[in-house]
Design a protein around this ligand. Structure first.
Ligand code: C2E
Ligand code: CA
Ligand code: CA
Ligand code: CA
Length: 279
């Protein structure tokens, strides 16, 4: 019957209402975040076998006035659902290109590529290639130093559209990395069709290396596949020397993870670069 405790629970669950209110509040704050300059780009170093920095991945943070520094997991879903990921994603690309241009002036950082995560909605915009063309012209950065990280679900959603867009961007000079490889459904045949420069082993396969036979096999297979298709292979989430040694022995010398550095704000990354550059 109406008005029983159970029905009230269903319609007026205070915890659910609170979560909903918080989501609405965060959404209205998200709408203003770009205008209010609350985005920060952090940079995580990528290193080779000699620990030399060979590039960085740009990772988005939200400097929230009330809640502090927020990680993508706290707001990317909301940004994607609301479409706000489009202006935010553009800000990320603009900031990365401006950083590339600035780095060119310093021999310590010149030639260092930046990898940027691109969401499906962003990549599928009909004018995405035109946006990149405009961005490259405005920032005067070297296109070869801009690398886009795409996920398996993005790529597979419309493979022929994906390939067209990738090829148009490759003509401009951009590079592509397959992010989180192994977590989705991309098969070997799809992978071979895509004009990829790099394969990124997801951290979920790295976490239990070495020791877990299943994950050792998966990591080995991904490395063999990537190298066999003439791609560079990089592992993310590398936290221990043992993980690095195992990956290196299997032919994956390029790594990214807390073992080398956490994602850093630009000032800290600059210090890291300057220190490493000293003899
Ligand atoms: P992702 O692209 O897989 O990025 C790697 C994540 O692993 C980052 O989390 C990074 O901080 C974290 N990580 C790095 N090294 C280690 C390690 O050694 N151990 C562990 N446990 N984690 C490590 P973060 O920064 O929280 O980003 C989460 C996700 O948010 C990213 O996953 C990416 O999918 C998304 N994201 C980040 N920035 C952007 C952006 O600008 N645009 C879009 N569309 N998505 C972004
Ligand atoms: Ca990534
Ligand atoms: Ca990942
Ligand atoms: Ca991811």
């Amino acid at each position: 019957a109406k008005g029983t405790g159970r029905d009230r629970m269903r319609f007026f669950d205070p915890a659910m209402q609170l979560a909903q209110d918080q989501r609405m509040r965060l959404l209205s704050e998200l709408r203003l975040a770009t205008e209010l300059g609350q985005w920060r780009l952090y940079y995580q170093p990528q290193v080779d076998a000699t620990r030399r920095m060979i590039g960085v991945e740009a990772l988005l943070r939200w400097q929230h006035p009330r809640l502090g520094l927020l990680l993508p997991d706290d707001f990317i879903g909301l940004a994607e659902d609301s479409g706000l990921i489009l202006p935010i994603g553009l800000w990320v690309l603009q900031t990365a290109c401006a950083q590339l241009k600035q780095w060119e002036a310093d021999p310590h950082s010149a030639g260092l590529p930046i990898a940027v995560n691109v969401s499906a909605r962003q990549f599928r915009q009909p004018d995405f290639v035109a946006q990149i063309v405009a961005l490259l012209a405005a920032s005067e950065c070297r296109p070869e130093l801009l690398k886009l990280e795409l996920t398996e679900s993005l790529v597979l959603d419309d493979i022929s559209n994906t390939i067209d867009t990738m090829l148009a961007l490759k003509v401009l000079g951009l590079q592509f990395s397959m992010d989180d490889f192994g977590t989705g459904h991309a098969s070997l045949s799809y992978l071979a069709q895509l004009p990829l420069d790099q394969l990124k082993i997801d951290k979920s396969f790295v976490a239990k290396l070495p020791g877990l036979a299943k994950d050792e096999t998966i990591a080995r297979a991904i490395i063999t596949m990537g190298l066999g298709l003439n791609m560079r292979v990089i592992a993310e989430g590398v936290e221990t020397e043992a993980q690095r040694d195992f990956l290196g022995t299997q032919g994956c010398a390029e790594c990214q993870g807390f073992l080398f550095s956490r994602p850093l704000p630009i000032d800290a990354l600059q210090d890291y670069l300057d220190k490493k550059a000293q003899p």
